[in-house]
Design a protein around this ligand. Structure first.
Ligand SMILES: [Mg+2]
Length: 479
């Protein structure tokens, strides 16, 4: 089975094309952690997640320092095992959005890899329930947009075949929210869905008051009316209103969803930032057992495939934020979002920023090729040992810099007497040893250093052609 050989990580900043505001915040920038996994057969998978402006660098550090190194050498198809191991590796420090967003980038990359190896689009590989889902738009419903523009956008959306519009709520007074929603309902008539979203902006009493005031508007749902950790508040609100309650955008574990479902605290789940496709599907299937629809939040390019994969996928949310980063658009036919048919997680969608075409900020977080331990042996002339120790107590800085430059770490030399052997050990972190070794050999200061030390050494007669130090075989290690 193919093993993971290399991980590449990037953080791409995508400024929003339009102003996006809600009850508690403004969308500053889509920080997009991107992970690319390459396996031993050369197959490549790419995954990503997002923030709306903070925490992206923390996600990247978690990926680079703790998660990506654990992937090297793992069987790429063992997605469940990898997910569980990575989650456990960080459970004592980073439960919540940081770890979920980091895990999502990795897990999505592994699913992309899996789909490509099987030559299947994601919507088929993950279930294959339907090839398209209805779209609703959020792009014309931000909180700062005036009522006339809200109505115009909803009318235009219906003209294009959209099934509904999401209108942000959370204006200072309930009457303002009501007036805006009522204007849209009046202009669009009864057969058009109006979704609302409070972005966790209300306390319970205000949420109950507003839900009551909206009762005659026949809303499709009220999304995130309360803080996501207020389970009891959601239970009481759900009992107090006939409008469906949608949650999930700010929930980061399958158990959190379980609590909401079993206690009747919601009636629609919006799985989104839970840690990747693997847990996404579990929540969606659990929701099916409760007859709850799944209406994923944001990331329509990915979520169209997941909403199509499961039988209870209901709507896809239209926010064209990733258009800046991709070479193709979400395929929309008669207001329906069509699942990409190409193998993998996307259709004709390439991250143009990867090869520098686009003038946007891209922070590389390095590659993680397989680290290789190297051991080597050479003799030393006994009469030169004292001198050898003395020079190695103060190795020239240029020589040390070249060692690092050639992707060598933990370079250590041991001396064994009275056999008078030197044992060298180092860890090679590059992916082209011949090139790095050649680069070191071509360095003038390194050549000067070797010219001083080679006369002190006594190479083994059994060394291979071209070797000075004789390299040794690794037979065991334990981290
Ligand atoms: Mg929302």
């Amino acid at each position: 089975m193919a093993r993971i050989e290399r991980i590449e990580m990037r953080l791409v900043d995508i400024p929003p094309k339009v102003r996006r505001t809600d009850a508690i915040q403004s969308f500053v920038s889509q920080e997009t952690p991107i992970v690319t996994v390459t396996d031993s057969d050369g197959a490549v998978g790419t995954g990503y997640s997002y923030t709306i402006g903070t925490g992206g660098s923390s996600v990247m550090r978690l990926l680079a320092d703790h998660l990506a190194p654990r992937l090297i050498g793992r069987e790429a198809e063992r997605v469940e095992a990898i997910w569980r191991e990575l989650e456990f590796a960080t459970h004592a420090t980073t439960v919540g959005p940081i770890s979920a967003l980091a895990l999502a980038a990795i897990d999505t990359a592994l699913w992309d890899l899996r789909c490509k190896r099987r030559d299947l689009p994601l919507w088929i590989a993950a279930g294959g329930a339907a090839d398209r889902r209805p779209l609703y738009t959020t792009e014309g419903g931000w909180l700062h947009i005036d009522t006339t523009a809200l109505v115009d956008d909803a009318l235009a959306a219906r003209e294009q075949g959209f099934m509904g519009s999401k209108i942000k709520i959370g204006r200072p007074h309930v009457a303002e929210d009501y007036q805006r929603l009522a204007a849209v309902r009046s202009a669009l008539g009864p057969v058009y869905e109006i979704m609302t979203d409070a972005n966790q902006g209300f306390a319970l009493d205000e949420a109950i008051r507003r839900a009551g005031r909206f009762a005659d508007l026949d809303l499709a749902w009220i999304e995130e009316p309360l803080p996501a950790d207020d389970l009891d508040g959601h239970i009481r609100l759900a009992a107090a209103t006939t409008t469906p309650i949608a949650v999930g955008e700010s929930m980061y574990s399958i158990r959190h969803f379980r609590e909401y479902m079993t206690k009747g605290a919601c009636s629609i789940v919006q799985v989104a930032r839970i840690g990747g496709i693997t847990p996404w599907l579990k929540v969606a299937h659990a929701a099916e057992a409760f007859d709850m629809p799944v209406c994923p939040h944001f990331l329509m390019e990915l979520h169209v495939s997941l909403a199509c994969a499961v039988p209870n996928g209901k709507y896809v949310e239209y926010i064209p934020q990733l258009d800046e980063l991709t070479t193709s658009r979400l395929l929309i036919e008669n207001g329906m979002a069509v699942a990409p048919a190409a193998p993998g997680i996307r259709r004709r969608m390439e991250f143009r920023g990867f090869d520098g075409e686009e003038p946007r900020r891209i922070q590389p977080y390095g590659r993680r090729p397989a680290m290789k331990r190297m051991g080597m042996v050479i003799g030393i002339k006994p009469e030169r040992i004292a001198e050898y120790k003395r020079t190695h107590a103060a190795v020239w800085p240029e020589v040390l810099a070249k060692i690092s430059d050639c992707n060598i770490r933990n370079y250590t030399i041991f001396l064994r007497e009275p056999e008078n052997l030197l044992f060298g050990y180092f860890e090679y972190h590059g992916d082209d040893w011949a090139a790095d070794a050649g680069k070191m050999a071509a360095d003038p200061r390194t050549q000067d250093w070797w010219a001083i030390h080679e006369p002190m050494q006594a190479p083994l007669d059994t060394r291979k052609e071209g070797e000075w130090w004789a390299f040794a075989e690794e037979v065991f290690h334990h981290d």
